[in-house]
Design a protein around this ligand. Structure first.
Ligand code: 3EB
Length: 348
């Protein structure tokens, strides 16, 4: 990632004055990680594994998610920076930070009889006290994972309970809520605790809606007592590039799930949502996300492994190379949703 500073640009736009190097993400096989980091003079900020082994030798937070990979060689999601990093560790919390960006993980085990909303609220309050302690006040991106996401407890779907706890903490603690909410993902794992990882910055990012979709934080109460607290996408900028963090995107138009029971059509509808979001973000960023020099990585969550070939076929209308995409088996927030796609796009 290049890092340059020109006085003129700083004067024009104060949010660019510190010219942060944006973090880099790559999908790598375990055996490649060390040599990749060395070759790029990069330090790892966070590593996310979907079942493959990660050696203990990496200093950064490592999150293991029980989301089986459905195609291709097993790979890790490796976030890195060419800046120096500091790492932090505490019970249930780990983080690494460069000068401008912080990656953190919060992991909380659900105790028997404890509602998911209580665990979630506690996790988010924890996350916030860390942001405050470490002086990275601006949330850029959050990923949430927990098991049995469509299960019922105390009269609520567990995802709805999760939304309730998250809303309680964020509405209380996030300045500018809900407009300062970052892009999010919430996916059901096969097993494990509540696992959250997040990116935060010293500088604010810009949070975007999708013109085809209602803001998730404005969903009507039909979907649960508190709306899901996330933005459709978040844009962060350095002088050289912009980065677009695309939230988990599904076959939802307005606020309504489309094509119940039809994985191919749901994938096409999701692609349509992405195809509308990208130019909208280009307008906001004044940068190109689909130029020859731009880079994109996508994670495709598929509820039922048997739908993989239909999903892949539909994805031909949004061509991606196998290096750019991870197919993961995970359960999604609404029972009828069969596929969800999140992305990271770096402008040219
Ligand atoms: C949707 O559009 C699909 O609760 O954090 C996607 C991404 C979804 C993030 C979240 C939920 C979340 O409502 C579900």
């Amino acid at each position: 990632m290049r890092q340059s500073q020109t006085q003129t640009a700083s004067r024009k736009d104060p949010s660019l004055s510190a010219s942060p190097a944006l973090p880099h993400c790559a999908f790598l096989e375990t055996a490649q990680v060390s040599s990749w980091l060395k070759a790029h003079h990069a330090n790892p900020l966070a590593i996310v594994s979907f079942g493959s082994h990660v050696p203990d030798t990496f200093p950064c937070p490592v999150m293991h998610l029980d989301l089986p990979e459905l195609a291709g060689p097993s790979r890790l999601e490796v976030w890195s920076t060419t800046d120096q990093i500091k790492t932090y560790r505490d019970e249930g919390f780990s983080a690494s930070a460069s000068g401008h960006v912080l990656f953190g993980t919060v992991t909380l085990i659900e105790q028997p009889g404890q509602p998911i909303e209580t665990v979630t609220e506690r996790a988010y309050r924890r996350l916030f006290s860390c942001l405050q302690d470490l002086s990275f006040p601006h949330l850029w991106r959050i990923w949430n994972y927990f098991p049995d996401i469509n299960g019922f407890a105390d009269g609520l779907e567990r995802y709805q309970g999760f939304c309730l706890g998250r809303h309680r903490a964020l509405a209380d603690m996030l300045p500018g809520f809900p407009h300062s909410l970052p892009a999010g993902t919430a996916v059901g794992t096969r097993s494990g605790p509540l696992q959250i990882y997040f990116m935060a910055g010293t500088l604010p990012a810009t949070h975007l809606g999708n013109p085809r979709q209602v803001h998730a934080y404005e969903y009507p109460q039909d979907y649960g007592p508190r709306s899901p607290s996330f933005a459709r996408a978040t844009l962060s900028r350095s002088e050289a590039h912009s980065q677009l963090y695309i939230a988990g995107t599904a076959s939802v138009v307005g606020h309504t799930s489309q094509h119940v029971g039809l994985p191919r059509k749901q994938t096409l509808e999701t692609i349509q949502n992405l195809k509308v979001l990208l130019p909208h973000a280009e307008d906001a960023a004044h940068r190109h996300f689909s130029g020859p020099q731009s880079e994109a990585l996508y994670k495709v969550y598929v509820r039922d492994a048997a739908h993989l070939s239909e999903v892949r076929e539909a994805l031909r209308s949004f061509p991606l190379s196998s290096e750019q995409v991870l197919f993961l088996q995970g359960a999604l927030c609404r029972k009828e949703l069969l596929v969800e796609i999140e992305g990271l796009v770096t402008s040219d």
